[in-house]
Design a protein around this ligand. Structure first.
Ligand code: ASP
Length: 291
């Protein structure tokens, strides 16, 4: 099977000054993931490396550049899922781990549990020597200004994610986020909740979602979109319908990317903008964000 990969850099009111950085960041992430898949690497390895690039890029709301909570520090969530055995690794409310996606993958491989949070997640990461950073390392001038001025109270989301299908027919999906602006300390969003921010099942599809986490949870958006591939005639219909359902049931906003088990790619959102990049059928990188 020919491999496939798609990434997103979040759906929301991405500010004009960030458009180029979003596009170049998504392209860089897709290049890394594609190189891994093209050389016969697994979908899980590809999504890890793509998402690490996005986490390290301060323009995205994940890793360094995550939005600050009400108390002025970052709390990040991340999740990965594999479509062959439905294995899950998720982490919630971590503040010091440079790449939460890698911690989620270690939880998938090495923990008897699906999800770890807060201090316990940090302790687990320390046994594996995952890179830790001081809380201030995650804060950028942009995120600090938003927090300090309490501006931009409008709904603006971020989050990064990646879905890949490898040569062996296995789908993996991953999502990583700093969550929403000015969230209450201790708030956990949709990202690490199975079926909400992330889902992967080789019998249907893989999905990574972004947007209003509280609304995404209500319709279990990623699982909903995967299941819709069974009844809708195309990935385009399945992704659009899942966003229509979210909109009609919650009156809120979100976006998602998908790859189905036949290798079809899709993306849908009802936010003003969503940054994304993918590899087309000719093996070329495509990246897009609404102008
Ligand atoms: N869905 C994320 C959350 O609610 C935010 C986002 O996608 O930007 O935590």
């Amino acid at each position: 099977m020919r491999p496939k990969i798609i990434v997103h850099g979040g759906a929301g009111d991405i500010v004009d000054e960030h458009l180029n950085a979003h596009l170049s960041g998504c392209k860089e992430a897709i290049e890394i993931g594609w190189a891994i898949l093209d050389q016969g690497g697994t979908s899980l390895t590809a999504i890890e490396h793509s998402i690490r690039i996005l986490e390290d890029n301060p323009v995205f709301d994940a890793g360094r550049g995550s939005y600050l909570n009400q108390d002025g520090f970052v709390e990040m969530d991340a999740m990965v899922m594999k479509g062959d055995g439905l294995n899950i690794g998720a982490v919630a409310g971590v503040s010091q781990i440079r790449n939460p996606i890698s911690l989620a993958i270690q939880i998938l491989h090495d923990s008897k549990h699906n999800m770890l949070s807060g201090q316990g997640a940090l302790k687990f990461a320390q046994t594996l020597n995952l890179e830790e950073c001081e809380p201030n390392w995650f804060i950028t001038e942009y995120t600090h200004n938003i927090w300090k001025k309490e501006i931009n109270k409008s709904r603006k989301y971020g989050t990064v994610g990646c879905v890949a299908l490898d040569n062996y027919g296995n789908i993996a999906a991953g999502t990583s986020t700093g969550g929403t602006k000015h969230k209450e300390t201790g708030r956990i969003g949709d990202t690490p909740l199975v079926g909400c921010g992330t889902y992967a099942d080789n019998t249907t599809a893989g999905v990574s979602a972004t947007g209003d986490g509280e609304a995404i949870m209500k319709v279990v958006l990623s699982k909903l979109a995967c299941d819709l591939t069974l009844t809708e005639t195309s990935v385009e219909h399945a992704t659009n319908k899942s966003i229509q359902i979210l909109n009609s049931r919650t009156r809120s906003q979100a976006g998602l990317i998908m790859i189905d088990n036949k290798g079809n790619l899709g993306c849908a959102f009802n936010t003003p903008r969503m940054s994304r990049a993918w590899i087309d059928n000719q093996g070329k990188i495509k990246a897009f964000i609404e102008p």
